[in-house]
Design a protein around this ligand. Structure first.
Ligand SMILES: Cc1ncc(COP(=O)(O)O)c(C=O)c1O
Length: 394
């Protein structure tokens, strides 16, 4: 790679149509000029130079016609999955969607009928429930348990919750929020649960490259090869390389019959690739992209330690220890405050825009989610503001 990335650089994002920075005041009342945006899951960093170069080359050419010939894109995905995740992907199993919320919606459409239940391990990424409900399906919440301050499965509890009306489960691996990297044993238990209840397993692994040093993520097809016939994998470059605005994702389906069903929905919706996203993703899945991700995860790990140390020193607050993702999940239950009060302190006194726990489903009520993918001095500033907002508890 050309040079080491400087994640410490502060890049002004206000006034760039950024959801995270330009919508915090209209949505949360956190002032645009002095607020810190720690909600939407994108990063305040530029992607690796190879991604910028791919766009610059398109701009230099200057003709922006329809995209065709995805061989380089498919080869890049296969290289990345093989080198980074030890997973050999068949070219014919890869579909391209306009991001993974779009991929989730297509799966819900393709593999379930109105009224069917779709299982989620809650609290979990909020867009899943939104897509399921708006599609007229039922969200079936299987709450995660907390053991020693981290999320764990509760398979016997979930077995008892299912009614037989469920058709699909959406797994978030690694988990957002809470940052768990599921162990092979846990992935096997989830696969067996899907087998027992005859559920299609959609594994959203959008965070699978953002794993903290010392932890190892295993992609579902490697952890449980036997689950392949009911498995739909969702992966993307967008979270890993901070190119979410490109709206591009992969839905990878090993089973031929499921592939045919998915293809029908894709055709029915008239979905075809966005050439900017294809070029950026192809460039990102490269040795240069890999070196950048290694530097990134080291940097986020430093932010995570700084944040946890500061926040956990505030009586009543506890940040779950992240094994993956850059999304700190902080529980305020120990303050004895109602969610309205601790949220108001964070938003109005500390002037930090965060995601509200209840939007993630059951079990999220006393949490707020903080995005740590920002220069370290911004994390430091956020910690100082939180200490100030809860100073009366010290
Ligand atoms: C688990 C998960 N899936 C999907 C997405 C969003 O995917 P996309 O931007 O590709 O629609 C996110 C964003 O935070 C996420 O956390």
């Amino acid at each position: 790679m050309n040079s080491l990335p400087n994640f410490d650089e502060r890049i002004e994002r206000r006034g760039t149509h950024s959801a995270k920075w330009d919508m915090m005041e209209p949505l949360y009342g956190v002032p645009s000029d002095s607020g810190i945006a720690m909600w939407v899951a994108d990063m305040d960093f530029r992607p690796p130079a190879c991604v910028q170069a791919a766009l610059e080359s398109m701009n230099a050419h200057g003709v922006y016609g329809y995209f065709g010939d995805d061989r380089a894109y498919v080869a890049a995905i296969r290289w990345w999955m093989q080198h980074r995740h030890g997973w050999e992907v068949a070219p014919s199993s890869i579909f391209t969607t306009h991001g993974l919320v779009n991929g989730t919606a297509l799966c819900v459409d393709a593999f379930t009928e109105p009224g069917d239940g779709v299982v989620l391990m809650t609290p979990v990424y909020h867009a899943f429930a939104r897509v399921i409900s708006f599609a007229g399906r039922k969200v079936v919440e299987c709450p995660l348990a907390v053991e020693d301050g981290r999320y764990v499965l509760d398979i016997p509890g979930w077995d008892a919750l299912l009614t037989g009306n469920e058709r699909m489960m959406i797994l978030c691996s690694p988990h957002n929020p809470g940052g768990r990297v599921w162990s092979r044993q846990e992935l096997q238990e989830i696969a067996a649960f899907c087998e027992r209840h005859n559920l299609i397993l959609v594994s959203d692994e959008i965070h699978h490259d953002l794993v903290m040093p010392g932890h190892k993520h295993t992609v579902m097809p490697v952890a449980v090869p036997e689950v392949m016939d009911r498995l739909v994998m969702m992966t993307a470059t967008t979270k890993t390389f901070n190119i979410a605005g490109a709206h591009i994702g992969n839905v990878i389906i090993p089973n031929e019959a499921l592939r045919a069903r998915f293809q029908r929905r894709l055709s029915a919706m008239g979905i075809s690739p966005n050439s900017f996203g294809m070029a950026m993703a192809t460039a990102a899945y490269s040795p240069e992209g890999a070196a950048w991700v290694d530097a990134l995860t080291g940097y986020i790990d430093g932010n995570r330690r700084l944040f946890d140390e500061g926040v956990n020193a505030i009586p009543g607050l506890r940040s779950m220890s992240l094994e993956a993702t850059y999304l700190a999940w902080v529980v305020f239950a120990g303050t004895g405050m109602e969610p309205g009060e601790f949220t108001e302190r964070v938003e109005k006194q500390a002037r930090i825009a965060v995601n509200h726990g209840p939007t993630f489903g059951k079990g999220g009520g006393s949490f707020l989610r903080f995005n740590l993918a920002t220069p370290r001095d911004v994390v430091q500033e956020a910690v100082e503001r939180l200490k100030g907002a809860f100073a009366d508890l010290q």
